[in-house]
Unconditional design. Structure first.
Length: 270
């Protein structure tokens, strides 16, 4: 137990860094970490809900991480209302539906969907123009109405279902509208908050969740606390790095981290 707690605590620090630099809110780090710890430490047959618990715990951690990072970004003047609202409202609506759907999907299928989502995002970022090649001359473009409505609902649906906060959809979206990485990742945090809140409420109250010590529905409170103990102090320190990373390096690092997370998911027994 102590080893698992220390592992989660140390990886919580990594979660804090990715929250600030990439707008992940912790989702893409938290899901494979919690899933791996649960599958390694669980008794035979007791890890059937490991993926659901990982997704739910990720959502709960994101409520705090994304809110803390969004507040820091707002104080630094990096948030643009025209890109955050009303997109956030439609994301929240999709998140409720996505969370309910996830409680009905088996753990293996959920793991496969998570990996497929990562693979598609990586390929899209590398093969389609606009993500790695935004220049200082690129003029930011407003979001189209259908992108805000249907796109927002779709982002919330997928993000809440997989516990990833939506940053891997909102960052490329804003990037292709001409925003630099520092601003696109900054706005991913407030856009992750409605996903995290909606998903956490659904997972915490899910009637299909098996009762267990230290759990609220599917949310593992102990794992979440350990991750937050590591991530929150790191967010306070890492926010000073925002804007100092060269744009192209920032975008390449973003894709590279997604590749690492996919490899980790495969390694822990997808």
């Amino acid at each position: 137990m102590l080893t698992s707690f220390l592992t989660l605590l140390s990886l919580g620090c990594l979660t804090g860094i990715t929250t600030v630099l990439f707008g992940f809110g912790g989702g893409f780090i938290t899901v494979p970490v919690v899933y791996g710890v649960l599958t390694v430490t669980a008794r035979p047959g007791a890890d059937a809900d490991a993926m659901h618990v990982a997704v739910a715990t990720s959502a709960a951690v994101m409520v705090v991480n994304a809110s803390a990072a969004a507040l820091a970004q707002w104080r630094q003047g990096r948030l643009r209302r025209e890109y955050v609202w009303p997109l956030a409202a439609f994301i929240a609506a999709g998140a409720v539906a996505g969370s309910f759907a996830t409680t009905l999907i088996g753990g293996t299928a959920l793991s496969l969907l998570f990996a497929a989502y990562l693979l598609v995002t990586i390929a899209d970022s590398l093969l389609r123009k606009g993500f790695l090649s935004v220049t200082q001359r690129t003029r930011p473009q407003p979001l189209e109405r259908r992108t805000v409505t249907f796109g927002g609902i779709g982002i919330g649906l997928v993000a809440a279902g997989l516990g990833v906060g939506g940053s891997v959809m909102t960052v490329p979206l804003l990037r292709r509208r001409g925003l630099p990485m520092a601003e696109a990742t900054a706005m991913a945090n407030p856009l992750s908050v409605p996903v995290a809140v909606a998903a956490t409420l659904v997972y915490a109250l899910a009637p299909t969740a098996a009762a267990g010590p230290g759990r609220l529905g599917y949310v593992d409170l102990t794992a979440g606390a350990a991750l937050l103990l590591g991530s929150l102090p790191t967010i306070a320190v890492a926010r000073r790095l925002t804007g100092r990373v060269p744009d192209r390096v920032h975008s390449i690092a973003y894709v590279a981290l997604l590749v690492v997370v996919l490899i980790v998911m495969l390694a822990v027994g997808l």
